[in-house]
Write a protein that binds this ligand. Structure first.
Ligand SMILES: Nc1ncnc2c1ncn2[C@@H]1O[C@H](COP(=O)(O)OP(=O)(O)OP(=O)(O)O)[C@@H](O)[C@H]1O
Ligand SMILES: [Mg+2]
Length: 399
């Protein structure tokens, strides 16, 4: 529920900070200031609910940068449209710390010494800009994460060809500009998207892992490869990178940046459930699990579903059964698998070695080497229903 007058929540353990803000806005009409004697990370759960009632939330950063970032992400994700998040940081905050706050969802970072005479002007300015942005902002792209029930189940085949189908064909000879779909190979150590698409080595993710920077739109735009049809690809590094060398905030920034400029962001997940997976799952609009219906694969799929839905109960999950064409009548094995997964087995990809081998020999998507093959057609159907499901979901939301 939005309050009529402008409301400000100040989260800081220091009385002097509250006083400075209250004094600064005391002459501005219709402004209410509430205070919370705490740090953002300590009142995380509560703050998420509170924030959506305020026009501006000002919080003082703490010494624990990671805890701040996690709390900001939770808060930024759930805030109502137009709630402005302002961090009050130490005066000697570094540029990279400020950018990390920004990437996590903070609208403005102000040095704490400025929290005085200028704060009222700052709040009005930030509020106006944010309202305008909220009205004009394009909707964020959909993030689709693709996981596998076992090694070799076919998750990269699905990720690459679903991305290709969602992007669509480019009939012209002239390569298309970066288009509406981004494909990100976060199978950091064993990723094969680059070889599926015959790409030159691309060590962007390794570079990020080594220097620890948070990528922005310019960096990603320059580092990603654009395929002929406009699909933008971020491949896994060709050299070995320890799985935990990427950080959660870096992965979050990759996805947040790409979903601002693409309609779909397809992520090929690693098999290991590394810490930064959380950043993907928190943001995912859909999870696809590629499996077969052997008992061990179904059990592993069930474990994946349980893991991914612990903190994200509403995450839509699609099961793709690979190497089997859609049966006319489901067998008892199929029914048992569906029961164990508590989901319908809606998507089936036939075993089609001719098409799969042609695609891997040529390093091209199925649609360009075997456009009429059963496997290509099945992936095209998967892309069509994926699009339709999102359209239905968004029209329900808007109605
Ligand atoms: N429906 C299919 N019919 C025939 N071959 C297929 C099919 N799906 C995938 N393959 C082939 O199976 C192999 C493994 O597929 P893919 O690399 O997509 O699996 P993955 O789950 O990503 O494996 P990894 O564990 O290596 O990440 C590839 O050679 C691919 O061409
Ligand atoms: Mg793979």
């Amino acid at each position: 529920m939005k309050m009529k007058s402008k409301s400000i929540l100040v989260i800081s353990p220091e009385q002097s900070v509250w006083d400075a803000i209250e004094n600064a806005v005391s002459d501005t009409p219709d402004v209410r200031v509430d205070t919370e004697a705490s740090t953002l990370s300590q009142i995380n759960g509560k703050a998420v609910k509170m924030a959506s009632d305020y026009d501006v939330v000002l919080f003082q950063t703490s010494d624990d940068g990671d805890a701040d970032i996690n709390a900001i992400q939770a808060l930024a994700k759930d805030r109502a449209n137009g709630t402005v998040l302002v961090a009050m940081a130490d005066d000697d905050i570094s540029l990279s710390q400020a950018r990390a706050l920004n990437h996590a969802g903070v609208d403005e970072v102000l040095p704490i010494s400025m929290i005085g005479a200028e704060i009222a002007d700052q709040i009005v300015k930030i509020d106006r800009a944010s309202q305008a942005a909220a009205t004009n902002a394009a909707p964020l792209g959909k993030i689709i994460a693709v996981a596998q029930a076992r090694g070799g189940a076919g998750s990269t085949t699905v990720a690459v060809n679903l991305a290709d189908q969602l992007q669509g064909r480019n009939k012209s000879r002239v390569p298309a500009k970066p288009g509406k779909v981004a494909l990100v190979d976060l199978d950091l150590q064993f990723g094969t998207v680059g070889s599926f698409l015959d790409m030159d080595e691309q060590d962007t993710l390794l570079q990020l892992a080594l220097d620890g920077t948070i990528p922005d739109a310019t960096f990603l735009g320059q580092s990603m490869t654009t395929m002929h049809n406009g699909l933008s690809v971020l491949a896994a590094p060709s050299k070995f990178a320890p799985l935990d060398s990427l950080r959660t905030d870096q992965v979050a920034a990759i996805l947040d940046t790409l979903r601002q400029s693409h309609e779909y962001v397809i992520v090929d997940l690693p098999r290991a459930l590394v810490g930064w997976i959380e950043a993907i799952i928190e943001r995912a609009d859909e999870l696809i699990i590629v499996t077969d219906i052997s008992v061990s694969s179904v059990r592993h799929s069930r474990r994946l579903i349980d893991f991914f839905t612990i903190d994200n109960v509403t995450l839509p999950i699609q099961i793709v059964v690979n190497h089997e064409k859609k049966p006319l009548m489901q067998s008892s094995l199929h029914r048992e698998a569906a029961k164990a997964l508590e989901r319908k087995l809606d998507h089936w990809l036939p075993h089609d070695p001719n098409a799969a081998n042609a695609a891997s020999d040529k390093g091209k998507p199925l649609s360009s080497v075997a456009p009429r093959s059963p496997l290509t057609k099945a992936v095209a159907r998967l892309a069509k229903t994926t699009k339709a499901d999102f359209q239905t979901a968004s029209s329900k939301l808007n109605s």
